[in-house]
Write a protein of this length. Structure first.
Ligand code: NAP
Length: 276
């Protein structure tokens, strides 16, 4: 049995759907990963062969103001899961982020590139990666720019803003790969089923800026609204963000035989799915 922790989150819910009867799901009402005893109790009682941790404190700007919570959930919480899974001989799958990188490389990041987070969220997720390794049987899946039907996400935000405003201004100097949580769930299952361990990158193929992503959303939905550009500096958010953090997913394809579809195809599939 595969235990999904954070099963009510955006990724967790799509992963639960994909895994079907292979999975059990728990979330904050059943387990608090910041509490070692709670974590050990749940993991011991359910005795899974694999634990996929989708639970996290994912508010990137919120992490800047709540450093302790970020480190507790994204760092120490993963350590608790690593200890609990190691004790029962289960594999730990930890979901991580492109924000462990600073975005200065100028080409897609490989799994072995040195991390250098720019913000508290990235630091806390990097701590989580290191703590996951407390269980030697671990798999770390780094991803980025997620959207899915079960969470607040960029696609829905853009569509809502387009209903409320006459024109939009969206950052055009940050580049990455928008990634549909359904495709990420497929990649995670492929990695689990092929027994992969270590670090893997998983994101939809190709890349764009947030501004390019917004334009694509409006093109695909037939929404006619001017989209102006702005710099990250002008937006002035609390957390610094990497400017180019595309992930090279070659290892995923080579080892697990899974090739994520281009981001624009995934966006089309999402737009169909959200109306069903
Ligand atoms: N979203 C992105 O763009 C993105 C990009 C790269 C990587 N990731 C990573 O992908 C994973 C999934 O992200 P997501 O966007 O699907 O997350 P999400 O929607 O925010 O879901 C996270 C879930 O974890 C729960 N949770 C929070 N603290 C917990 C705790 N102490 N114990 C147990 N459960 C707890 C949350 O409950 P509450 O809602 O009640 O807090 C929520 O149900 C995370 O590891 C994230 O860091 C996300």
């Amino acid at each position: 049995m595969i235990l999904v922790v954070g099963a009510n989150g955006m990724l967790g819910r799509d992963l639960m759907t994909l895994l079907g009867s292979r999975a059990r799901g728990v979330d904050i009402d059943d387990i608090d990963i910041t509490d070692l005893q709670s974590t050990e109790r749940v993991v011991r009682a359910l005795h899974p062969s694999v634990v996929v941790n989708c639970a996290a404190y994912t508010d990137v700007d919120g992490c800047e103001a709540n450093v302790e919570t970020a480190m507790q959930v994204n760092g120490e919480g993963v350590g608790h899961l690593a200890m609990a899974t190691r004790t029962i001989g289960a594999r730990l799958v930890q979901i991580s982020t492109d924000y462990v990188f600073d975005g200065a490389k100028g080409s897609p990041y490989l799994e072995d590139d040195p991390p250098c987070p720019l913000n508290v969220y990235g630091e806390s997720k990097l701590a989580g990666e290191m703590n996951a390794a407390v269980n030697p049987d671990h798999l770390i899946v780094r991803t980025q720019w997620l959207y899915g039907r079960h969470g607040k996400n960029f696609v829905e935000t853009m569509l809502r803003l387009a209903r409320e405003k006459d024109e939009l201004t969206v950052v055009d100097d940050q580049f990455g790969s928008p990634t549909w949580t359904v495709d990420l769930a497929r990649a995670i299952v492929a990695l689990i089923d092929t027994g992969c361990t270590g670090i893997y990158h998983a994101a939809n193929a190709g890349f764009c800026s947030w501004n390019g992503f917004a334009r694509a959303i409006f093109q695909e939905t037939g929404v006619d609204i001017p989209v102006r550009g702005m710099t990250t500096e002008q937006l002035n958010r609390p957390a610094r963000r990497p400017l180019y953090s595309t992930l090279d997913c070659t290892r995923l394809e080579q080892d697990a035989g899974f090739r994520p579809q281009p981001w624009r195809d995934a966006l089309r599939a999402y737009l169909v799915e959200r109306t069903t």
